[in-house]
Design a protein around this ligand. Structure first.
Ligand SMILES: Cc1ncc(COP(=O)(O)O)c(C=O)c1O
Length: 482
C-alpha cells in the first residue's frame, strides 16, 4: 500500500512535513492542547485532524486531493461518482432520499428500513408506501423485498416514483434482489439502496455483489461498519444512469446535511479503507475466511449455541456469524454471557446473537471462548419448538394512516401498550440496535406489534426512548381529524 494510492492521506502527510504552526481551527492547534487523560492516545492522530488549508481541498467543492480520493473510490466501487460521508449512512440516507424525490411523491419503502430512512422520508415530505419484506422462516428475520411484492404494490400505486431498499440485513443476509431491481427499473422507479452493511462487498467473490452492479441508482454504505474505517465514515455512490438533475440535487442535499467542517480524520480513513480493500489479494481474502471458519469451528464446540446455516439461495456475508441459543436463555442473555467473558457481540435479538468478524487476520480469543464454554455448561440444552408466527402476515403494501404533517396537528395521549391496540401511533418505537422501528409514527398499532414489543421487553431488548418503554404516544381521538 503506498501514499500514491491514497491522495488525501498523501496530501495531509505533505502538509505536516514542514511542521506548520496553526493560527486556525480546530482549537487543539495540531495537538498542542488536549485533555491530558487522552492526550497520549490521541497524540498521533491530532496532527491529521486538519481543516480546509492550502493543498487539503474542500469536501463541499472538491478539486484536489479529496476529489482524487473520491474518484479512486468510485473506480473501485464501479460507480459513476462517489461522495465521502462524515455523518454515517445516516446522512447518506437523508441526502439520497431528500435529493431524489419531490414533496408529495409516492415512494415504496421496505418496512424494516433503518430509522434514518424513515426520517429522510419525513423530511422529504414524500408519501411512503411500506412494503413487507420476505422473512426467513427459521430465524424470522427480514431478508428483502421480492419481485412479487413490488409487482403487486406497483399495481396498487402506479403513481410511485421510487423504491428504497435495504441490502443486506443487519445479519448480512438477503434474498437476491436482481429481479426486484430489474422490475423496478423497467417501470422507471428510482432505486435507492441502503447498503450500510456492504461496503466490503466490492472485494469480490465469495462476498455477494453490491446492488450498484444490479442497476440501483444510488447506494449508501457505512465504510466504518465492515471496513477498517473510523466510525461515521461512509460512502454515497451514484450509478451512471442517474440523471444529472437528481445527481446535482443529492449533492446539494449533502452540503445541507453534512457539517461545513467535515473531519479530515474520517475522510483520510475513507481514503485508507478503500485502498485497504482494493489491495487485498485473493489469497489474503482466503486467509481471512479461513480464520472465520476456525472461529465457527470453535463455536460449534459449545453445545448451548448453534450457528445459523442460511439456505443456499440467500446471499450471505461470510464475515457475519449468527448464533442461536439452544437453551432457555434469550439472545440478550446469551449476549450478556459473552460480554462477561470479554467477548463483545454486535447485537442480540430475542433468539440470536450476531458476531461480526473483521476483514483481516487476527488471533482467536481461545481463552475467553474456553471460559464462556465452561460458564454455559450449567444451562440445559432444550429441543427447539418451531414457530408459526408468520402465518398471518400483513398485506404486502401499506400506507401510513396519518402523514407527519397531519400527526403534528392532532391531539395525542400516552397509553399502556395493551391499550394501544388499534390506535394510531404518534411516535416511533425503536429497539436499538438494530435501530429498525417496530412502530412508525402514523401507523396503526396491531395486536401482533404489541405482542412483539412485549416479547422484546421481556427478553431484555433496549429501546431508544426518554422514559421506560411501557407506554406509547397515540392519537387521542380519531374524530378530531376526520
Ligand atoms: C441498515 C442500516 N442503515 C443505516 C444505518 C445508519 O448507519 P450509520 O451508523 O453509518 O449512520 C444503520 C446503522 O446501524 C443500519 O443498520
Amino acid at each position: 500500500m503506498t501514499y500514491n494510492d491514497t491522495p488525501l492521506i498523501k496530501a495531509i502527510h505533505n502538509y505536516k512535513k514542514n511542521n506548520p504552526t496553526s493560527f486556525h481551527v480546530p482549537g487543539h492547534k495540531n495537538g498542542l492542547f488536549f485533555h491530558e487523560s487522552i492526550y497520549k492516545q490521541f497524540e498521533g492522530a491530532l496532527g491529521f485532524d486538519v481543516t480546509e488549508l492550502a493543498g487539503l481541498d474542500d469536501l463541499h467543492a472538491p478539486t484536489g486531493a479529496i476529489s482524487e480520493a473520491q474518484k479512486k473510490a468510485a473506480n473501485f466501487y464501479k460507480a459513476k461518482e462517489t461522495f465521502f460521508l462524515v455523518g454515517g449512512s445516516t446522512v447518506g440516507n437523508l441526502a439520497m432520499i431528500y435529493g431524489a424525490f419531490n414533496r408529495g411523491d409516492t415512494v415504496f419503502v421496505q418496512r424494516n428500513s433503518h430509522k434514518s430512512v424513515f426520517h429522510a422520508l419525513e423530511i422529504a415530505g414524500v408519501v411512503p408506501i411500506l412494503l413487507t419484506p420476505e422473512f426467513d422462516q427459521y430465524t424470522e428475520l427480514p431478508i428483502g423485498i421480492s419481485e412479487e411484492t413490488l409487482v403487486e404494490a406497483l399495481h396498487d400505486y402506479p403513481e410511485a416514483k421510487g423504491l428504497v431498499l435495504t441490502y443486506p440485513n443487519y445479519y448480512g443476509v438477503s434474498i437476491d434482489l436482481k429481479a426486484t431491481i430489474t422490475y423496478a427499473k423497467r417501470h422507471r422507479l428510482l432505486v435507492l439502496v441502503d447498503e450500510a452493511h456492504a461496503a466490503h462487498y466490492a472485494v469480490g467473490s465469495p462476498f455477494p455483489t453490491s446492488t450498484l452492479n444490479l442497476g440501483a441508482d444510488v447506494v449508501v454504505q457505512s465504510a466504518h461498519k465492515m471496513l477498517p474505517a473510523l466510525t461515521m465514515s461512509s460512502f454515497l455512490h451514484i450509478n451512471d444512469k442517474l440523471s444529472d438533475y437528481i445527481r446535482h440535487s443529492i449533492k446539494e442535499a449533502l452540503t445541507m446535511f453534512q457539517s461545513s467542517s467535515p473531519s479530515y480524520l474520517l475522510m483520510a480513513s475513507l481514503d485508507g479503507a478503500r485502498s485497504y480493500a482494493e489491495a487485498l489479494s485473493k489469497e489474503e481474502i482466503n486467509q481471512v475466511l479461513a480464520g472465520v471458519q476456525e472461529f465457527k469451528k470453535e463455536l460449534t464446540t459449545i453445545k448451548q449455541i448453534k450457528i445459523v446455516n442460511w439456505p443456499d439461495a440467500y446471499l450471505c456475508d461470510p464475515l457475519k456469524v449468527t448464533i442461536r441459543t439452544t437453551t432457555n436463555l434469550t439472545g440478550f442473555q446469551l449476549q450478556d454471557m459473552f460480554m462477561k467473558h470479554n467477548l463483545y457481540p454486535e447485537l442480540a435479538d430475542d433468539k440470536h446473537v450476531l458476531l461480526v468478524c473483521g476483514l483481516g487476520v487476527s488471533e482467536l480469543p481461545f481463552t475467553h471462548l474456553h471460559a464462556l464454554r465452561q460458564s454455559l455448561e450449567q444451562y440445559e440444552v432444550i429441543e427447539e419448538v418451531s414457530s408459526n408466527s408468520f402465518q398471518n402476515i400483513k398485506m404486502n403494501s401499506q400506507k401510513l394512516e396519518l402523514s407527519s404533517v397531519e400527526l403534528r396537528r392532532v391531539p395525542k395521549k400516552r397509553v399502556h401498550f395493551e391499550e394501544a391496540v388499534d390506535a394510531i401511533s404518534a411516535e416511533a418505537v425503536i429497539p436499538y440496535p438494530p435501530g429498525i422501528p417496530i412502530v412508525l409514527p402514523g401507523e396503526r398499532i396491531t395486536k401482533q406489534t404489541v405482542e412483539q414489543i412485549e416479547k422484546l421487553i421481556a427478553a431484555g431488548a433496549t429501546f431508544q426512548t426518554e422514559q421506560e418503554v411501557k407506554d406509547v404516544l397515540v392519537v387521542d381521538s380519531e374524530d378530531s381529524y376526520e
